[in-house]
Design a protein around this ligand. Structure first.
Ligand SMILES: Cc1cc2nc3c(=O)[nH]c(=O)nc-3n(C[C@H](O)[C@H](O)[C@H](O)COP(=O)(O)OP(=O)(O)OC[C@H]3O[C@@H](n4cnc5c(N)ncnc54)[C@H](O)[C@@H]3O)c2cc1C
Length: 487
């Protein structure tokens, strides 16, 4: 067993000694993706001590896994401000702010140099998978003295278990490693697991490394998000080059307006163009749309091919499937800490109304930070893609603002934590035809994508949703009452 950072109580003045001991511990950041690394840069800027625990052999394992995919947001939105300051101090030159990196370029041209800086490298633990988080010495059930105990972050490294004690924990584990299955209910379709050798999740590199798997084959793509759309577009390109390639698209809903997106109205033109390209491919017949199609069962044919059955009566023969039905956070490591998550989205409860795809599809989520992301176990925060739970609209720029705010909060700079330093590009489309209920005491419903205003009840550190305001408007949703930094 490996251990570090233990707090030793002294006989006199125990309470303040306990506080001091807690404050002397590092902030544990779980996940060395773009948001975890940005969190480290912000904490360092604030004079706080981060330790980054990353399961992979390098930083940026998720963008590397979708390395061939061009990002729809340009560099200007993908680089964190504190990280850039740190990098430039060591002579790094930022890429063209208007250029669009691939996932690989994001990892190799930005995250890898950041991780190599002495300030980060010395605090980065690679090949270290976190297996659990708890409050040291107190079970999840016990209230007494809970907030005075450090967090115990359990990990596995080189086949050995160890613990890191931390004053606070930022969970930036992303969702890439936990894809949703093809089954329409959220459970795997019957036979899906047995057909795993013919099913890929996420975004396979169909025009590059995995071309041989798809060229000349009938391929069914399941899903309607950006990953599904990007794969459909790539497969259509492959079909134009490789005879016999057929591209089929199973979408759960009959109406594809949300998938086709905001087009020219999208403030990220590359994102807007994706949906428009897919619309063109469908109308031209290059992609065969099967909708509504709720995958229920996958049967294996004699030649190994797949018969995919839908609840609506579909039965489609294909050689390969690509399942891009969304991603989920892996909450298993957080079973021993106190969380307050939305039951549907599995994101912090107060964040849910900002990002719930049932209410709106806007990527225009108003900035939010420590107040919304902190969990009932004070000092525990979700950040980055993991903070959105199952909601699909996360943008890196949002994550950078989240961790800037969390670092300010942990440093006790509540004024900076409340300040909003981000303007997000809008999608130009919102699927929300459903108006949200009006503000308390008001008859009028708010416009569809109205985010809620967060207010804090008297003396309470946790923000509560109390009313909705106007559509995607500027302004702050920060809590306004005093809140104590986590101990
Ligand atoms: C295909 C694709 C394209 C995207 N394009 C854009 C875009 O154009 N613009 C944009 O703004 N956003 C985009 N996103 C969304 C988002 O910005 C990325 O998903 C981004 O990688 C999220 O960063 P993150 O740091 O929150 O999580 P991740 O990048 O997923 O990093 C999480 C890290 O945590 C590690 N980890 C997980 N569990 C553990 C554990 N138990 N212990 C230790 N380490 C652990 C993982 O190995 C990983 O390195 C895209 C996402 C996808 C999937």
């Amino acid at each position: 067993m490996t251990s570090c950072c233990s707090a030793t109580p002294r006989p006199q003045n125990r309470a303040s000694d306990g506080h001091d001991a807690l404050r002397s511990l590092p902030v544990a950041i779980i996940g060395g993706g773009p948001v975890g690394l940005a969190a480290a840069a912000h904490l360092l800027e604030r004079g706080l001590e981060p330790v980054i625990l990353e399961a992979g052999r390098s930083v940026g394992t998720a963008p590397l896994a979708w390395g061939h995919v061009p990002m729809f947001s340009p560099w200007r939105y993908n680089i964190d401000r504190a990280a850039q300051t740190l990098l430039e101090r060591h002579g790094w030159t930022a890429p063209d702010a208007d250029g669009f990196p691939t996932g690989r370029e994001l990892a190799e041209d930005y995250l890898a140099p950041l991780a190599a800086l002495p300030e980060i490298a010395g605090r980065l633990r690679l090949n270290m998978r976190v297996t659990g988080v708890a409050r040291q010495r107190v079970s999840k059930v016990r209230d007494a003295g809970r907030g005075e105990q450090p967090f115990e972050v359990r990990f596995q490294a080189d086949g050995r278990e160890g613990r890191l004690l931390a004053r606070a924990v930022i969970v930036a584990t992303g969702t890439w490693g936990n894809p949703s299955p093809a089954g329409a209910s959220g459970l795997p379709a019957f036979g899906e697991r047995e057909a795993a050798d013919r099913i890929r999740h996420g975004m396979p590199d169909v025009l590059g490394a995995e071309r041989g798997r798809y060229a000349g084959k009938r391929v069914l793509v399941v899903g309607s998000g950006h990953s599904a759309i990007g794969t459909l577009i790539d497969l259509a390109s492959l079909a134009a080059q490789a005879p016999g390639t057929a591209v089929l698209w199973a979408a759960r809903t009959a109406d594809q307006a949300r998938a086709y997106g905001g087009g020219a109205a999208d403030q990220l033109p590359e994102r807007g163009a994706l949906g428009q390209r897919l619309r063109h491919l469908v109308t031209s017949g290059a992609v065969e749309l099967l909708a509504p199609f709720s995958v229920d069962e996958v049967r294996r044919g004699a030649d190994g091919s797949l018969q995919v059955m839908g609840l609506e009566g579909w039965a489609v023969e294909v050689d390969q499937m690509v399942v891009a039905t969304g991603l989920r956070p892996d909450l298993g490591i957080l079973a021993e800490v106190r969380m307050d998550l939305d039951p549907a989205l599995e994101c912090p409860r107060v964040l849910a109304q900002l990002i719930d795809p049932n209410l709106h599809s806007c990527g225009t989520v108003r900035p939010h930070g420590a107040f919304e992301l902190q969990q009932p176990d004070s000092g525990l925060f979700l950040a980055g893609m993991a903070s959105y739970g199952r909601a699909p609209t996360f943008l890196l720029a949002t994550g950078h603002e989240q961790v800037r705010c969390i670092a300010a909060f942990l440093a006790g700079d509540l004024e900076a934590a409340r300040r909003v330093e981000l303007e997000l590009p809008e999608t130009g489309v919102c699927s929300g035809s459903r108006a949200l209920p009006g503000a308390a005491g008001s008859e009028a419903p708010s416009p569809c994508c109205a985010p809620p205003v967060l207010q804090v009840a008297c003396c309470g550190p946790k923000p509560e949703l109390v009313k909705e305001t106007t559509c995607c408007g500027a302004g702050t949703n920060r809590a306004t009452a005093p809140a104590e930094p986590a101990e």
